[in-house]
Each structure stands twice: as C-alpha cells, then as structure tokens.
Design a protein around this ligand. Structure first.
Ligand code: MG
Length: 257
C-alpha cells in the first residue's frame, strides 16, 4: 500500500516537474550543423527536424520595401558593406549565405515554414531608421503570415518598444515579446505584451522578474544560452523558453534534469 502511494507521489512530482520543462528555440535557426547557415532556409528546416519548440529569424525591410531575412544591419557584397535598409531588393539578392543559399525573402522563408511540421517561427523585427518603415514592415509580414494561415504558429519579438506595441495593436492575438532588457514585467503588462525575452545577464541581476512575470500571466524567454552552466542556472530560475545556438545541448541537459 505504502509502496503504491509512494509510486503515485513520485509520478505526480514528475508530472509537476515536467510542467515546468523549458521549451527550446533555435537562435537564427539550427545553423551549427552541416549544410546550414544562420537565418538560412536550411537552418529552419533543420530546426524543424530536431523536434524543438521554435526557430528564430531576423527580418529587415529593403530600401524598396521588400522584407528580407538577415541578422546584421549590413550585408557584405564583393567585399563591400551595404546597409540592408538602404539597399534595394535586386542588389540584396546578389548576397549569398555561408551555405550557398541566396539571401532569402520573408515570403520564401514563410513558404518553407508552411512545410514545417513541428517548430513555431519566432520573427524578430529589427529596429529601423524610421517608425514609418517599421510600421510598413510589420504590416507586410503580418499580412504574409495571415495570407498563409500561419497565425497560430508565429510569434514576434523586437528590441524596439515602438515596434512591439505596433505589432500587438495590428495583431492582438499574436504572442509578442520585448527584447531590450530594460522594462519590468509590470511595465510590459501595461503595454499588453506576452512577456519578455531578455539576455541572461538581465536575469542574473533581476532573477525576481521571472516570478513577477509569471504572477502577471506572462511568459519568459532568455537568450542566448550556449554554456551548460548558464543553461542550468536559467532552468533552475524556471524560465519558459531558452533561445540557443546549441539546441541539442539544451535538449540533452533538460533530459538529464
Ligand atoms: Mg534575432
């Protein structure tokens, strides 16, 4: 009888522990693997293939208003640096990624994403020189996502306080997270956001923000966790999502916990 009871209790404890299990997001896709590159379509498909929660990607607007996938504010073409937001689509298309792919458009990326079976897509809106460009980019990307019926599978993030509020007002149903690390969960609640997605150093300084966010019904994401020690500490803090360049390492650590 006692044995049965103990078994039941340990099963319950296991269940409750699993309820806090962290979800993994591949930072700029799963790119640290053969044939992949940061923010490539291959990195998205490879993230989908390893059974994790999400794949993150960065988006800019070209000078002629085409949403393009890239992390940095600049691309390198024939040894020259070009600012993405000041360069037209036709020129940006001459840029190739480390795996040989042509710099993808948001449309191409979403078409590939529509074929994914597992991952959600976490779209980061990069901060631009003008609010008009930011509004146009958000409008275009949200429209492309709707056109493909992918709303349930997409979440949005940005360092721009203006940007996250704009996205939330255009698309109130969508999960939207703020990246810049400077606003408390209470402030994010007044902005109607889903929570924060902060660098782990912010949480080392303000670990109480995780509990506060959860009390307010928010979710917590943390970036970019690549070292076992940081990963373990953030798991212990009970963050909800871990954004990483090492998704398989995080998976392994979570399985051992
Ligand atoms: Mg990003």
């Amino acid at each position: 009888m006692i044995r049965k009871y103990l078994l039941l209790v340990s099963a319950l404890v296991l269940m409750l522990t699993n309820m806090h299990a962290q979800q993994i997001i591949a930072h700029r896709g799963y790119w640290k693997t053969d044939g992949s590159a940061q923010n490539s379509i291959a990195s998205l498909m490879k993230a989908d293939a390893i059974g994790i929660f999400g794949s993150e990607v960065d988006v800019w607007l070209s000078s002629d208003d085409v949403p393009m996938i890239n992390h940095d504010a600049e691309v390198t073409l024939n040894g020259k640096k070009l600012s993405v937001q000041d360069t037209p689509f036709a020129t940006l298309r001459k840029v190739t990624l480390a795996n040989g792919e042509i710099l993808p458009t948001m449309e191409e990326y979403l078409d590939a994403f529509a074929r994914c079976k597992n991952v959600k897509l976490i779209i980061e809106f990069k901060v631009h020189n003008s609010k008009e460009k930011e509004n146009l980019l958000a409008e275009k990307v949200i429209g492309m996502v709707r056109q493909r019926g992918l709303q349930e599978k997409v979440e949005y993030i940005s360092f721009g306080a203006h940007f996250v509020q704009q996205v939330k007002s255009m698309n109130p149903q969508a999960p939207v997270y703020y990246l810049n690390g400077d606003l408390s969960p209470q402030v994010l609640a007044t902005m109607g956001l889903s929570g924060f997605d902060y660098h782990f150093n912010v949480l080392y300084k303000r670990p109480e923000w995780v509990r506060k966010a959860h009390e307010l019904g928010q979710k917590v994401n943390v970036w970019t966790l690549n070292k076992p020690e940081d990963i373990r500490k953030m798991i212990d803090l009970k963050v909800d999502f871990i954004t990483t360049d090492e998704p398989l390492l995080v998976k392994e650590i979570l399985q051992k916990k």
